[in-house]
Write a protein that binds this ligand. Structure first.
Ligand code: SAM
Length: 927
């Protein structure tokens, strides 16, 4: 870790622009954040800054930056903001995390990420060291100590801005590589996200804690008996809070010089932070050894790559928040230690934030754990009244919850040196160096931050609740109605107390910096973030969010009740009528009933999207087909129809038993009746013809001969172009009565596909006819559709450019060649393939095979095309056929059993068949 490195000076405006683009891009979180990081890295100061780093370190930086950018995404639910809660002790504003929407308990705030970066001993020491020559160096690190590892770690990411509350509303947990937070109880919008650091983090029994709960309950730092005796002096602190941390004992020699000086402006992030203390540890807290409450974090945190260590926390500036970190000034070296002997607190915690910030001489802003004198002073000033301002110039309470300043609305600093510091740390906080506020102002105890939700809850006038010590109402943010904050940086108030307003607009309504920033980014008033279409929150939905908001402005009076009743009744009756009408219609329409044949219990919900790769487990699907057993596919599947668009038809469940009793309405019976009637008509016709012939004087023998030669009907129904198997899936009879090329093709496809388990059509890979006669061509097929693996090269039949496969060309060829296509002719020499053993029984015999479409070859599955191999045959309509129209996957493409298993029976779909590329090949001559 290079302590002399300077942080990149990035224009706040540039950062704001990047953040804005995340919002306006309206793209999913990952995309927009990645784009933002890319832009950030391209900014000249950043580019210059990272040039000396390794790729790994740059990557770590990018990851780190992305965690901050993520917060600004419209789907986000938190924001980094300022808090003045501790400023009466620390003399400066600190940062905190606020909820930007209601969060229900159990919600995981995924964007509140943190990670632990391992620190070497040298880095650990280095962090504590102050570079006196370099005023640009600011150290703003949160460091936590892992007891089990006996090491300090940098705590990085937005999670490190979560403050402690004795009644915390979130708990930390580890999620893989990250630390994140789970909501323990409902959090309302604007409320601070808090965690529990441990029971003795802020002194024994947290007696110096300044959390809201302590404030409410009058304990901790707000306890009435919070006396001098309670406040550890340098020595007492060292005694009671001694540390065994080895790194301290090996502190750099220069540290010793200033060991007794307290860095009053540091943000003390101490060991054990965010740790959940076990009972035993609690007991150990009773001892004065504060290390006892240090919870081993090693098991709970992730130790990221070393690169993160190097990157420190520079990106916290990305939030465009005015830093609460005090830029370091040239001056006497300060060390974070309280005393030479007290190490536990200082050494482990004082690495944070403003370790390099010198305390102006005589400026005794007490830190949270400060000297006895400082504490006593603070207590004296604040003990009598919670908010006591003895400065006439300051008529407001000074410690208020606050927000950040919007970069675009920054008032340029007037102070020269200050301006430099501001720009160097990308904290464009307005500065008015001349506008000094007495130290005492900052020491007054803050009132509990009042959130907008509190105001609503209280329901009282704002003035009643929020009054300053002078009785005057405190200025509120025009948008969120929080008290306008007072933001102090480096012991100077930079925002608030009238500084936020330009002289002309003094009377104008004022927004707090947070709301101003929000508007600058989102173009909408806080807390609205424009919803992105198709962009879901990274959070689990909270019940409150799901419920429809009640428009309280529209009240239901007694007057309107009858009208409402009438309306409801009207809607109900119209619904009832439509249901009845539908039922009647259903009854009148047998075709509809045909559809209902599918057992609804077994009907699965149609799924969309990529076909799932599932093992071949053929369910016993039974397709209703008159009395005859539908031939089983060799793999155990029954055939499934296809529609005109190439999609699978609905599967018919086995429970569909059409023969249960006679139903004159049933389409099946209807078709039988029609056949019978046709037969009778034919018989009548023959009789008539016979009569006519007999009248012409022909003998019976002659009439029989004519009848035999086909001039008379032969007691068969009239000859019609009938397809060998009627698909149960056809809804219309048009396809039968009017055969067209399109109908033909659709018909052919309708019978060609099998079903596996009756689940969604889209879930299954369509089975494609294959053509062994086609010359192979190399087609590069993206496997992404299937397993997101790398591209795979498979061979597929070359499709001549002139040939445009379509149902028409397919059907034309079929119709022209009737039962035998040219391809078929070519395949004939191999002889009519014999059915594999046992298949005859399954398939049945004597079916017209002219329209059969080969179903599946498992050649790609590593099987050879073998007569004995049932996969070598195509089955359709119960007829065995040699494989015709089939793709050839040449032998130079090897599909391992493994890959095929993974893909289920997907391979034919590598060349996803559709009507643009139906998956079969046709002779050029035909087309
Ligand atoms: C992990 S940091 C939290 C972020 C911190 N507010 C900041 O701006 O860096 C922990 C530090 O926040 C402050 N802090 C958090 N909770 C506190 C509490 N309940 N009482 C006093 N100080 C607290 C202390 O300075 C502590 O060392």
């Amino acid at each position: 870790m290079d302590s002399s490195r300077r942080l990149p000076k990035v224009s706040a405006h540039d950062l704001l622009e990047i953040v804005r683009r995340i919002v306006v891009s309206r793209s999913p979180l990952q995309h927009s954040v990645r784009a933002a990081v890319d832009e950030l890295i391209l900014l000249p100061p950043i580019r210059y800054y990272i040039q000396s780093y390794t790729q790994k370190q740059i990557n770590a930086f990018a990851t780190h930056a992305s965690r901050y950018f993520e917060l600004y995404h419209p789907s986000g639910s938190i924001e980094i903001s300022h808090t003045s809660r501790y400023s009466h002790r620390t003399g400066k504003s600190e940062l905190c995390i606020l909820a930007t929407r209601n969060l229900s308990s159990g919600t995981v705030i995924t964007e509140l990420k943190g990670s632990m970066a391992n620190l070497t001993d040298e880095e650990d020491r280095e962090l504590k060291r102050t570079d006196l020559r370099n005023s640009d160096i600011r150290r703003d690190f949160s460091v936590i100590h892992s007891k089990s590892m006996k090491k300090n770690h940098l705590f990085l990411g937005p999670a490190r801005f979560v403050n402690h509350d004795c009644d915390n509303n979130c708990e930390l947990f580890r999620e893989g590589k990250y630390i994140t937070f789970r909501v323990l109880r409902p959090i309302s919008m604007g409320e601070e996200i808090t965690a529990h650091y441990g029971d003795s983090y802020f002194g024994r029994k947290n007696r110096h804690c300044l959390c809201e709960t302590c404030e409410k309950k009058g304990r901790g730092g707000y306890a009435p008996d919070h006396t001098d005796d309670d406040i550890p002096s340098d020595s007492s602190l060292s005694d009671s809070e001694d540390s065994d941390d080895e790194s301290d004992t090996s502190s750099a020699p220069e540290d010793d010089v200033v060991k007794r000086q307290v860095n009053l402006d540091e943000r003390r992030t101490r060991r054990g932070v965010y740790a959940v203390v076990s009972k035993e540890e609690d007991q150990s807290d009773e001892s004065d050894d504060e290390d006892g409450d240090v919870v081993p974090l090693a098991g709970a945190v992730d130790i990221p790559s070393a690169g993160e260590v190097e990157m420190g926390d520079a990106t916290s500036d990305l939030s465009s928040l005015p830093s609460s970190r005090a830029p370091s000034n040239a001056g006497p070296s300060t060390v974070t230690k309280v005393s030479s002997t007290s190490r536990s607190i200082s050494s482990l915690s004082s690495l944070s934030s403003d370790g390099a910030s010198p305390v102006p001489k005589g400026n005794a802003y007490p830190s949270i754990i400060s000297t006895r004198r400082q504490k006593a002073e603070a207590t004296r000033l604040s003990s009598s009244t919670p908010v006591q301002d003895d400065s006439a110039s300051s008529s407001r309470r000074l410690t208020r919850s606050s927000s950040s300043v919007t970069p675009s609305q920054v008032t340029p600093s007037k102070g020269k040196g200050k301006q430099k510091e501001q720009s160097s740390c990308s904290t464009p906080t307005p500065q008015k160096p001349n506008n000094k506020v007495k130290e005492e102002d900052l020491r007054t105890l803050r009132t509990r931050p009042v959130a907008a939700s509190d105001l609503v809850k209280e329901g009282s006038s704002k003035a009643d609740v929020l009054r300053g010590p002078d009785g005057k109402p405190l200025p509120l943010c025009a948008t969120c109605h929080n008290i306008l904050p007072v933001i102090s940086v480096d012991h100077k108030i930079v925002w608030g107390l009238g500084l936020e307003k330009e002289s002309k607009k003094k009377k104008a309504k004022q927004d707090c910096p947070r709301c101003m920033r929000h508007y600058a980014i989102y173009g909408e008033s806080w807390p609205r973030r424009s919803p992105l279409p198709g962009c879901t929150s990274t959070l689990n939905p909270t019940p409150r969010e799901e419920t429809t908001p009640i428009d309280s402005s529209r009240k239901v009076t007694h007057k309107v009740l009858p009208v409402l009743d009438r309306k409801i009744a009207a809607v109900a009756s119209s619904k009832r009528k439509s249901v009845e009408a539908e039922a009647e219609e259903e009854h009148d329409r047998p075709a509809k009933k045909f559809k209902v044949d599918i057992n609804p219990a077994k009907k699965r919900k149609r799924k969309r999207g990529r076909p799932r790769l599932r093992p071949l487990s053929p369910p016993p699907v039974k397709v209703e087909d008159k009395d005859e057993e539908e031939p089983l596919h060799p793999q155990g599947f029954k055939s499934q129809g296809r529609r005109m668009n190439g999609r699978f038809e609905r599967t018919v469940s086995s429970s569909a038993s059409p023969q249960k009793g006679y139903d004159p309405d049933s389409p099946q019976n209807a078709s039988v009746n029609r056949a019978q009637r046709a037969l009778e008509r034919e018989k009548a016709k023959q009789l008539l013809e016979r009569e006519i012939l007999a009248k012409r004087g022909l003998s019976d023998g002659e009439i029989d001969r004519i009848a035999k030669n086909g001039r008379l009907g032969d007691h068969q129904p009239p000859l019609r172009k009938v397809f060998p198997k009627r698909s149960t899936s056809f809804r219309t009879h048009n396809l039968f009565s009017r055969p067209t090329p399109m109908n033909f093709a659709a018909r052919a496809w309708a019978n060609s596909v099998m079903s596996d388990d009756g689940s969604s059509d889209d879930d299954k890979g369509p089975v494609t006819p294959e053509d062994s006669q086609s010359p192979p061509a190399i087609i590069e097929v993206e496997m992404e559709e299937w397993d997101r693996g790398p591209s795979l090269i498979v061979t597929a039949p070359a499709i001549p450019p002139a040939y445009k496969p379509s149902p028409f060309s397919f059907a034309r060829r079929r119709w022209s060649s009737l039962s035998t296509s040219p391809v078929e002719e070519q395949s004939k020499p191999s002889g009519e393939a014999r059915l594999p053993r046992g298949m005859e029984r399954i398939l049945g015999k004597g079916r017209d095979s002219s329209n059969s479409i080969p179903l599946l070859t498992n050649r790609f599955m590593g099987h050879s095309l073998d007569e004995e191999d049932p996969f070598s045959y195509a089955f359709q309509g119960g007829v065995k056929r040699p494989l015709l129209l089939q793709h050839t996957y040449p032998s130079d493409v090897t599909y391992t059993q493994e890959s095929v298993t993974n893909l289920s029976f997907a391979p034919p779909s590598f060349i996803a068949p559709n009507f643009a590329n139906p998956g079969w090949e046709s002779d050029l001559s035909d087309s």
